[in-house]
Design a protein. Structure first.
Length: 262
């Protein structure tokens, strides 16, 4: 029998969830695909993988999915890796170049610009090259590792998880494991992979610091404080409010409730 297929995200923030699949006892459970978030969603939507770490908004757009309980990529306060970088204040932005790997963050940005800053700029998709993005737009949306490498001191810099907390008082969930209902996948490997990653965070720090050209302390702080890997009651409340606002702003057709795998 062929192995089930799993699509995982290449970003640093996903590594604690995936470390067991990559290096631990769960290695070999799945055939692995490493992709940016948008492609993980597309592969799952097309039935080319059985499960994937998907942008949260894609749960509303893909039929036949369930959510692996208790695990996510979320942020209780500042996330540091989902940034709006602008040449003008947010309420004056007319054009945004957005990283084409992003979907949840683009949807979140649209909500924040309208509800918090009373702006409704046009958004164009772009490769994550900040200089090129700002050459043709007022602002740029960067996510993941590219955002982590942006040096401080940018004139107008908005952390989208911080802005969401200011708007709603809730944390923000960026991604979670989505599985096809028809797959019948066991859930234990997902939790075991994360437990393995949590027990070996220093391995992740040591590997990623030179790759990302960031200090080890910055990597460690990011995966232990900025990113929250739970899907607790507070995170679920933030996720459900995100879906409702996405529906209200017509970014999705309807807001279906979360169905958890068991």
């Amino acid at each position: 029998m062929s192995k089930p297929k799993l699509s995982i995200v290449r970003y640093l923030n996903a590594l604690p969830l995936s470390w067991g699949f990559l290096h631990g006892p769960e290695r070999g459970v799945f055939d692995l695909d490493l992709s940016p978030p948008s492609r993980c969603a597309d592969l799952l939507a097309d039935g080319k993988v059985d499960a994937g770490l998907i942008p949260a908004i894609e749960y509303q757009r893909i039929d036949g999915l369930q959510v692996v309980p208790d695990l996510s990529v979320a942020s209780k306060q500042a996330v540091k890796s989902v940034l709006l970088l602008s040449r003008v204040p947010a309420d004056q932005i007319r054009t945004v170049a957005a990283d084409h790997s992003s979907r949840t963050s683009i949807c979140l940005l649209q909500i924040l610009l309208r509800a918090r800053f009373r702006a409704n700029p046009s958004i164009v998709l772009h490769s994550p090259d900040l200089r090129a993005m700002l050459a043709g737009s007022d602002a740029a949306l960067l996510i993941g590792d590219a955002a982590l490498r942006i040096e401080p001191g940018f004139l107008y810099r908005y952390d989208l998880a911080t802005e969401w907390r200011a708007l709603t008082g809730k944390p923000f969930v960026f991604a979670f494991w989505g599985v096809r209902k028809s797959s019948g996948l066991p859930l234990a490997p997902f939790h075991s992979s994360f437990a393995y990653g949590q027990s070996r965070l220093e391995e992740i720090v040591e590997e990623q610091a030179p790759l990302l050209q960031l200090p080890a302390d910055a990597i460690r702080t990011y995966v232990t404080r900025n990113i929250d890997y739970s899907l607790d009651a507070e995170n679920l409340a933030g996720l459900r409010q995100f879906y409702e606002l996405a529906r209200e702003f017509r970014l999705i057709d309807a807001a279906k409730d979360l169905e958890f795998a068991n």
